[in-house]
Design a protein around this ligand. Sequence first.
Ligand code: FAD
Length: 352
Amino acid sequence: MTLDAHGSATAPLRTDVLIVGAGPVGLFAAFEAGVIGLSCQIVDALGRVGGQCVELYPDKPIYDIPAISSCTARELVDRLMEQCRPFDVPVHLEQRVETVERRDDGRWSVTTDRGLVFDTAAIMLAAGNGAFVPQRLMLDEAAPLETRHVHYSIANLADFADRKVVVAGGGDSALDWALALRAVAQRVTLVHRRNGFSATASSVDQMKRAVDAGEMDFIVGAIGALNAPGGTLESIDVKQAGGVTTRIDAGHLVVLYGLVADLGPIATWGIESVAGRLNVDTSNYETSRPGIFAVGDIANYPNKQKLILSGFHEASLALRKAFSYAYPDKKRVHVHSSYDTKLAERVAATAH
Ligand code: FAD
Protein backbone atom coordinates (compact mmCIF):
# COMPACT_ATOMS: atom_id res chain seq x y z
CA MET A 1 0.00 0.00 0.00
CA THR A 2 1.13 3.51 -0.66
CA LEU A 3 0.32 5.72 2.32
CA ASP A 4 -0.14 9.38 1.65
CA ALA A 5 -1.02 11.96 4.31
CA HIS A 6 -2.00 15.52 3.40
CA GLY A 7 -1.84 14.61 -0.27
CA SER A 8 -3.35 16.89 -2.83
CA ALA A 9 -3.55 16.50 -6.56
CA THR A 10 -4.43 18.82 -9.37
CA ALA A 11 -5.98 16.27 -11.72
CA PRO A 12 -8.76 13.92 -10.56
CA LEU A 13 -7.47 10.49 -9.51
CA ARG A 14 -9.17 7.92 -11.73
CA THR A 15 -10.02 4.54 -10.28
CA ASP A 16 -12.53 1.73 -10.66
CA VAL A 17 -13.62 1.84 -7.01
CA LEU A 18 -13.13 4.48 -4.33
CA ILE A 19 -13.18 2.94 -0.87
CA VAL A 20 -14.18 5.38 1.85
CA GLY A 21 -12.79 4.14 5.17
CA ALA A 22 -9.58 2.25 6.01
CA GLY A 23 -11.13 0.20 8.80
CA PRO A 24 -10.95 -3.60 8.63
CA VAL A 25 -13.76 -3.78 6.08
CA GLY A 26 -12.29 -1.10 3.80
CA LEU A 27 -8.90 -2.84 3.88
CA PHE A 28 -10.39 -6.22 3.04
CA ALA A 29 -12.43 -4.58 0.26
CA ALA A 30 -9.15 -3.29 -1.22
CA PHE A 31 -7.78 -6.83 -1.35
CA GLU A 32 -10.96 -8.25 -2.87
CA ALA A 33 -11.04 -5.47 -5.46
CA GLY A 34 -7.53 -6.48 -6.55
CA VAL A 35 -8.49 -10.14 -6.71
CA ILE A 36 -11.36 -9.52 -9.10
CA GLY A 37 -9.34 -7.12 -11.25
CA LEU A 38 -10.58 -3.74 -10.06
CA SER A 39 -8.30 -0.84 -9.31
CA CYS A 40 -9.10 1.02 -6.12
CA GLN A 41 -7.97 3.83 -3.86
CA ILE A 42 -8.73 4.24 -0.17
CA VAL A 43 -9.47 7.45 1.70
CA ASP A 44 -9.66 7.87 5.46
CA ALA A 45 -10.19 10.91 7.64
CA LEU A 46 -7.69 9.64 10.19
CA GLY A 47 -3.91 9.74 10.06
CA ARG A 48 -3.56 5.96 10.19
CA VAL A 49 -5.39 2.90 8.94
CA GLY A 50 -7.42 0.47 11.06
CA GLY A 51 -10.68 2.25 11.93
CA GLN A 52 -12.26 1.21 15.23
CA CYS A 53 -9.77 -1.65 15.66
CA VAL A 54 -6.83 0.70 15.98
CA GLU A 55 -8.60 3.71 17.50
CA LEU A 56 -10.75 1.98 20.10
CA TYR A 57 -9.31 -1.41 21.07
CA PRO A 58 -5.88 -2.01 19.48
CA ASP A 59 -4.57 -4.37 22.16
CA LYS A 60 -7.73 -6.36 22.80
CA PRO A 61 -7.88 -9.88 21.45
CA ILE A 62 -10.41 -10.75 18.74
CA TYR A 63 -11.57 -14.37 18.66
CA ASP A 64 -14.15 -14.48 15.86
CA ILE A 65 -12.17 -13.98 12.68
CA PRO A 66 -12.35 -17.22 10.68
CA ALA A 67 -9.21 -19.36 10.93
CA ILE A 68 -7.46 -16.97 13.35
CA SER A 69 -8.07 -18.35 16.81
CA SER A 70 -6.97 -15.10 18.44
CA CYS A 71 -5.18 -11.91 17.45
CA THR A 72 -5.24 -8.38 18.73
CA ALA A 73 -7.19 -5.78 16.79
CA ARG A 74 -3.94 -4.11 15.76
CA GLU A 75 -2.52 -7.44 14.53
CA LEU A 76 -5.65 -7.98 12.46
CA VAL A 77 -5.15 -4.62 10.76
CA ASP A 78 -1.46 -5.42 10.15
CA ARG A 79 -2.47 -8.72 8.56
CA LEU A 80 -5.07 -7.01 6.37
CA MET A 81 -2.45 -4.50 5.23
CA GLU A 82 -0.11 -7.37 4.44
CA GLN A 83 -2.86 -9.13 2.48
CA CYS A 84 -3.44 -6.01 0.33
CA ARG A 85 0.26 -5.48 -0.35
CA PRO A 86 0.32 -7.30 -3.72
CA PHE A 87 -2.05 -4.67 -5.13
CA ASP A 88 -0.13 -1.59 -3.92
CA VAL A 89 -3.36 0.29 -3.22
CA PRO A 90 -2.93 4.05 -2.68
CA VAL A 91 -4.25 5.07 0.76
CA HIS A 92 -4.98 8.76 1.26
CA LEU A 93 -4.99 9.59 4.96
CA GLU A 94 -6.29 12.69 6.76
CA GLN A 95 -8.76 13.17 3.92
CA ARG A 96 -12.41 13.33 4.83
CA VAL A 97 -14.71 12.60 1.93
CA GLU A 98 -17.16 15.47 1.62
CA THR A 99 -19.06 15.66 -1.65
CA VAL A 100 -20.22 13.33 -4.36
CA GLU A 101 -21.51 14.22 -7.78
CA ARG A 102 -22.70 12.06 -10.65
CA ARG A 103 -20.81 12.92 -13.82
CA ASP A 104 -22.36 13.06 -17.29
CA ASP A 105 -20.56 9.84 -18.24
CA GLY A 106 -22.22 7.97 -15.34
CA ARG A 107 -19.07 7.91 -13.19
CA TRP A 108 -18.74 9.71 -9.85
CA SER A 109 -16.72 12.69 -8.84
CA VAL A 110 -15.81 12.58 -5.15
CA THR A 111 -14.05 15.39 -3.29
CA THR A 112 -12.28 15.46 0.06
CA ASP A 113 -11.93 18.30 2.54
CA ARG A 114 -8.30 18.76 1.48
CA GLY A 115 -9.18 19.09 -2.17
CA LEU A 116 -8.42 15.61 -3.52
CA VAL A 117 -10.80 14.72 -6.35
CA PHE A 118 -11.51 11.16 -7.47
CA ASP A 119 -13.12 10.07 -10.71
CA THR A 120 -14.52 6.65 -9.94
CA ALA A 121 -16.90 4.11 -11.44
CA ALA A 122 -18.23 3.00 -8.03
CA ILE A 123 -18.02 4.09 -4.42
CA MET A 124 -17.64 1.62 -1.54
CA LEU A 125 -18.66 3.26 1.71
CA ALA A 126 -16.88 1.34 4.47
CA ALA A 127 -17.22 4.32 6.74
CA GLY A 128 -18.21 2.60 9.99
CA ASN A 129 -19.99 5.06 12.26
CA GLY A 130 -18.62 7.93 10.23
CA ALA A 131 -15.38 9.82 10.25
CA PHE A 132 -13.62 9.94 13.59
CA VAL A 133 -13.12 13.52 14.68
CA PRO A 134 -11.48 14.79 17.87
CA GLN A 135 -13.78 15.47 20.79
CA ARG A 136 -13.67 19.23 21.15
CA LEU A 137 -13.32 21.44 24.20
CA MET A 138 -16.77 22.76 25.11
CA LEU A 139 -15.73 26.36 25.78
CA ASP A 140 -16.91 29.23 23.57
CA GLU A 141 -13.50 30.86 23.56
CA ALA A 142 -11.77 27.70 22.25
CA ALA A 143 -12.97 27.76 18.61
CA PRO A 144 -11.41 31.13 17.63
CA LEU A 145 -8.10 29.96 19.11
CA GLU A 146 -8.03 26.69 17.16
CA THR A 147 -4.88 25.92 15.15
CA ARG A 148 -2.88 28.89 16.56
CA HIS A 149 -3.29 28.16 20.30
CA VAL A 150 -5.73 25.29 20.76
CA HIS A 151 -4.76 22.03 19.07
CA TYR A 152 -6.49 18.66 18.68
CA SER A 153 -3.48 16.85 17.27
CA ILE A 154 0.24 17.40 16.98
CA ALA A 155 1.83 17.20 13.57
CA ASN A 156 5.24 18.55 14.47
CA LEU A 157 6.79 18.67 17.94
CA ALA A 158 9.09 21.49 16.87
CA ASP A 159 6.06 23.82 16.67
CA PHE A 160 6.07 23.74 20.49
CA ALA A 161 9.78 24.45 20.99
CA ASP A 162 10.33 26.70 24.04
CA ARG A 163 6.56 27.12 24.56
CA LYS A 164 4.51 26.63 27.69
CA VAL A 165 2.07 23.87 26.83
CA VAL A 166 -0.91 22.36 28.62
CA VAL A 167 -2.00 18.90 27.49
CA ALA A 168 -5.56 17.93 28.47
CA GLY A 169 -6.66 14.27 28.65
CA GLY A 170 -5.95 11.00 30.38
CA GLY A 171 -5.60 8.46 27.57
CA ASP A 172 -2.60 7.13 25.69
CA SER A 173 -2.42 10.08 23.27
CA ALA A 174 -2.46 12.66 26.06
CA LEU A 175 0.22 10.94 28.11
CA ASP A 176 2.43 10.02 25.18
CA TRP A 177 2.34 13.55 23.73
CA ALA A 178 2.87 15.17 27.13
CA LEU A 179 5.95 12.98 27.60
CA ALA A 180 7.21 13.71 24.09
CA LEU A 181 6.68 17.47 24.49
CA ARG A 182 9.01 17.53 27.51
CA ALA A 183 11.92 17.29 25.11
CA VAL A 184 11.15 20.56 23.33
CA ALA A 185 8.70 22.67 25.33
CA GLN A 186 9.69 25.18 27.98
CA ARG A 187 7.16 23.61 30.37
CA VAL A 188 4.48 20.92 30.00
CA THR A 189 1.49 20.54 32.28
CA LEU A 190 -0.84 17.58 31.98
CA VAL A 191 -4.41 18.27 33.11
CA HIS A 192 -6.82 15.40 33.69
CA ARG A 193 -10.11 15.35 35.56
CA ARG A 194 -9.06 12.52 37.88
CA ASN A 195 -5.97 10.83 39.21
CA GLY A 196 -6.65 7.67 37.19
CA PHE A 197 -5.86 7.15 33.52
CA SER A 198 -7.08 5.12 30.58
CA ALA A 199 -3.53 4.96 29.18
CA THR A 200 -1.26 1.91 29.26
CA ALA A 201 0.39 1.25 32.63
CA SER A 202 3.90 1.88 31.27
CA SER A 203 2.94 5.37 30.02
CA VAL A 204 1.32 6.19 33.37
CA ASP A 205 4.46 5.06 35.23
CA GLN A 206 6.68 7.08 32.92
CA MET A 207 4.52 10.19 33.37
CA LYS A 208 4.56 9.84 37.17
CA ARG A 209 8.33 9.43 37.16
CA ALA A 210 8.68 12.55 34.99
CA VAL A 211 6.48 14.55 37.39
CA ASP A 212 8.49 13.31 40.41
CA ALA A 213 11.70 14.29 38.63
CA GLY A 214 10.32 17.80 38.06
CA GLU A 215 10.37 17.39 34.27
CA MET A 216 6.66 18.18 33.88
CA ASP A 217 3.58 18.99 35.98
CA PHE A 218 0.33 17.16 36.50
CA ILE A 219 -2.87 18.76 37.81
CA VAL A 220 -6.16 17.04 38.55
CA GLY A 221 -8.99 19.23 37.29
CA ALA A 222 -10.99 20.38 34.28
CA ILE A 223 -10.14 23.12 31.81
CA GLY A 224 -12.41 25.97 32.99
CA ALA A 225 -11.43 29.02 30.93
CA LEU A 226 -8.91 30.16 28.34
CA ASN A 227 -7.52 33.63 28.96
CA ALA A 228 -6.64 35.14 25.62
CA PRO A 229 -6.72 38.93 25.65
CA GLY A 230 -6.42 40.19 22.06
CA GLY A 231 -6.71 36.63 20.72
CA THR A 232 -3.40 35.39 22.14
CA LEU A 233 -3.60 32.61 24.70
CA GLU A 234 -1.77 33.64 27.86
CA SER A 235 -3.10 31.37 30.58
CA ILE A 236 -5.55 28.59 31.32
CA ASP A 237 -7.81 28.29 34.37
CA VAL A 238 -8.16 24.76 35.72
CA LYS A 239 -11.17 24.05 37.95
CA GLN A 240 -10.23 21.73 40.79
CA ALA A 241 -12.05 19.99 43.61
CA GLY A 242 -13.54 22.21 46.34
CA GLY A 243 -14.16 25.11 43.96
CA VAL A 244 -10.46 25.94 43.66
CA THR A 245 -9.27 27.46 40.38
CA THR A 246 -5.60 27.22 39.43
CA ARG A 247 -4.21 29.48 36.70
CA ILE A 248 -1.46 28.02 34.50
CA ASP A 249 0.67 30.23 32.25
CA ALA A 250 0.48 28.66 28.81
CA GLY A 251 0.44 29.76 25.19
CA HIS A 252 -0.74 26.41 23.83
CA LEU A 253 -3.40 23.93 24.80
CA VAL A 254 -3.38 20.44 23.27
CA VAL A 255 -6.75 18.76 23.83
CA LEU A 256 -6.61 14.97 23.53
CA TYR A 257 -10.02 13.85 24.78
CA GLY A 258 -10.35 11.04 22.25
CA LEU A 259 -12.35 10.69 19.09
CA VAL A 260 -16.06 10.74 18.30
CA ALA A 261 -17.63 9.37 15.13
CA ASP A 262 -19.58 11.66 12.87
CA LEU A 263 -21.35 10.42 9.73
CA GLY A 264 -21.03 14.03 8.59
CA PRO A 265 -21.28 14.80 4.89
CA ILE A 266 -22.28 11.28 3.82
CA ALA A 267 -25.61 11.91 5.57
CA THR A 268 -26.33 14.60 2.98
CA TRP A 269 -25.71 12.45 -0.09
CA GLY A 270 -29.38 11.58 -0.52
CA ILE A 271 -28.96 7.90 0.36
CA GLU A 272 -31.90 6.23 2.09
CA SER A 273 -30.97 5.60 5.71
CA VAL A 274 -32.27 4.70 9.13
CA ALA A 275 -30.68 6.19 12.26
CA GLY A 276 -27.43 7.08 10.49
CA ARG A 277 -27.02 3.71 8.74
CA LEU A 278 -27.39 3.36 4.99
CA ASN A 279 -30.05 1.01 3.66
CA VAL A 280 -28.71 -1.62 1.28
CA ASP A 281 -29.98 -4.37 -0.99
CA THR A 282 -28.49 -7.53 0.54
CA SER A 283 -27.97 -9.18 -2.84
CA ASN A 284 -25.15 -6.73 -3.58
CA TYR A 285 -24.97 -4.15 -0.74
CA GLU A 286 -25.86 -1.34 -3.09
CA THR A 287 -27.53 1.71 -1.56
CA SER A 288 -30.52 3.58 -2.95
CA ARG A 289 -28.05 5.42 -5.22
CA PRO A 290 -26.89 2.97 -7.89
CA GLY A 291 -23.10 2.73 -7.94
CA ILE A 292 -22.75 3.64 -4.25
CA PHE A 293 -22.34 0.65 -1.93
CA ALA A 294 -22.35 0.49 1.88
CA VAL A 295 -20.48 -2.28 3.70
CA GLY A 296 -19.44 -2.94 7.28
CA ASP A 297 -20.91 -1.07 10.24
CA ILE A 298 -22.42 1.68 8.11
CA ALA A 299 -24.72 -0.75 6.25
CA ASN A 300 -28.29 -1.22 7.40
CA TYR A 301 -30.47 -4.25 6.61
CA PRO A 302 -32.66 -6.62 8.60
CA ASN A 303 -30.63 -8.57 11.14
CA LYS A 304 -27.40 -6.70 10.34
CA GLN A 305 -24.62 -7.72 12.76
CA LYS A 306 -21.84 -5.22 13.36
CA LEU A 307 -19.09 -7.79 13.04
CA ILE A 308 -15.91 -7.69 11.04
CA LEU A 309 -16.66 -10.96 9.29
CA SER A 310 -20.09 -9.69 8.16
CA GLY A 311 -18.34 -6.67 6.63
CA PHE A 312 -15.90 -8.93 4.75
CA HIS A 313 -18.78 -10.84 3.16
CA GLU A 314 -20.65 -7.63 2.29
CA ALA A 315 -17.57 -6.11 0.64
CA SER A 316 -16.97 -9.23 -1.42
CA LEU A 317 -20.50 -9.24 -2.86
CA ALA A 318 -20.61 -5.46 -3.36
CA LEU A 319 -17.40 -5.51 -5.41
CA ARG A 320 -18.84 -8.07 -7.78
CA LYS A 321 -21.65 -5.64 -8.62
CA ALA A 322 -19.18 -2.71 -8.70
CA PHE A 323 -17.32 -4.60 -11.45
CA SER A 324 -20.33 -4.16 -13.75
CA TYR A 325 -20.12 -0.35 -13.32
CA ALA A 326 -16.38 -0.26 -14.02
CA TYR A 327 -16.54 -2.68 -16.96
CA PRO A 328 -20.12 -2.75 -18.28
CA ASP A 329 -19.09 -4.62 -21.42
CA LYS A 330 -16.96 -7.27 -19.71
CA LYS A 331 -18.21 -10.50 -18.24
CA ARG A 332 -16.43 -11.29 -15.01
CA VAL A 333 -15.31 -14.89 -14.84
CA HIS A 334 -15.08 -16.29 -11.34
CA VAL A 335 -11.81 -18.04 -10.47
CA HIS A 336 -11.21 -19.49 -7.02
CA SER A 337 -8.17 -17.85 -5.50
CA SER A 338 -6.56 -21.27 -5.16
CA TYR A 339 -6.56 -21.51 -9.00
CA ASP A 340 -5.74 -17.87 -9.68
CA THR A 341 -2.22 -18.01 -11.10
CA LYS A 342 -1.97 -14.22 -11.60
CA LEU A 343 -2.83 -13.70 -7.94
CA ALA A 344 -0.32 -16.34 -6.90
CA GLU A 345 2.39 -14.57 -8.91
CA ARG A 346 1.56 -11.20 -7.39
CA VAL A 347 1.58 -12.59 -3.88
CA ALA A 348 4.89 -14.35 -4.51
CA ALA A 349 6.42 -11.19 -5.99
CA THR A 350 5.65 -9.15 -2.87
CA ALA A 351 6.39 -11.85 -0.27
CA HIS A 352 9.19 -11.06 2.16
P1 FAD B 1 -14.63 1.23 11.08
O1 FAD B 1 -13.70 0.30 11.75
O2 FAD B 1 -15.48 2.10 11.94
O3 FAD B 1 -13.78 2.15 10.09
C1 FAD B 1 -14.42 3.18 9.38
C2 FAD B 1 -13.37 4.16 8.89
O4 FAD B 1 -14.01 5.06 7.97
C3 FAD B 1 -12.78 5.01 10.01
O5 FAD B 1 -11.38 4.89 10.01
C4 FAD B 1 -13.24 6.44 9.66
O6 FAD B 1 -12.26 7.42 9.98
C5 FAD B 1 -13.45 6.35 8.15
N1 FAD B 1 -14.42 7.31 7.64
C6 FAD B 1 -15.72 7.45 7.98
N2 FAD B 1 -16.30 8.46 7.29
C7 FAD B 1 -15.34 8.96 6.49
C8 FAD B 1 -15.31 10.04 5.56
N3 FAD B 1 -16.38 10.80 5.29
N4 FAD B 1 -14.14 10.30 4.92
C9 FAD B 1 -13.03 9.54 5.18
N5 FAD B 1 -13.00 8.53 6.08
C10 FAD B 1 -14.14 8.24 6.71
N6 FAD B 1 -16.09 -6.98 15.84
C11 FAD B 1 -15.82 -8.30 15.69
O7 FAD B 1 -16.11 -8.88 14.66
N7 FAD B 1 -15.20 -8.99 16.71
C12 FAD B 1 -14.83 -8.40 17.88
O8 FAD B 1 -14.28 -9.06 18.77
C13 FAD B 1 -15.08 -7.00 18.04
N8 FAD B 1 -14.74 -6.36 19.19
C14 FAD B 1 -14.99 -5.02 19.30
C15 FAD B 1 -14.59 -4.34 20.46
C16 FAD B 1 -14.84 -3.00 20.60
C17 FAD B 1 -14.40 -2.28 21.86
C18 FAD B 1 -15.49 -2.27 19.55
C19 FAD B 1 -15.76 -0.81 19.69
C20 FAD B 1 -15.89 -2.94 18.40
C21 FAD B 1 -15.66 -4.30 18.26
N9 FAD B 1 -16.04 -4.98 17.12
C22 FAD B 1 -15.75 -6.32 16.98
C23 FAD B 1 -16.73 -4.30 16.02
C24 FAD B 1 -15.78 -4.00 14.86
O9 FAD B 1 -14.64 -3.28 15.32
C25 FAD B 1 -16.52 -3.23 13.79
O10 FAD B 1 -17.58 -4.02 13.33
C26 FAD B 1 -15.57 -2.90 12.63
O11 FAD B 1 -14.52 -2.05 13.04
C27 FAD B 1 -16.32 -2.23 11.50
O12 FAD B 1 -15.38 -2.01 10.49
P2 FAD B 1 -15.63 -0.92 9.36
O13 FAD B 1 -14.43 -1.01 8.48
O14 FAD B 1 -16.99 -1.08 8.81
O15 FAD B 1 -15.65 0.50 10.12
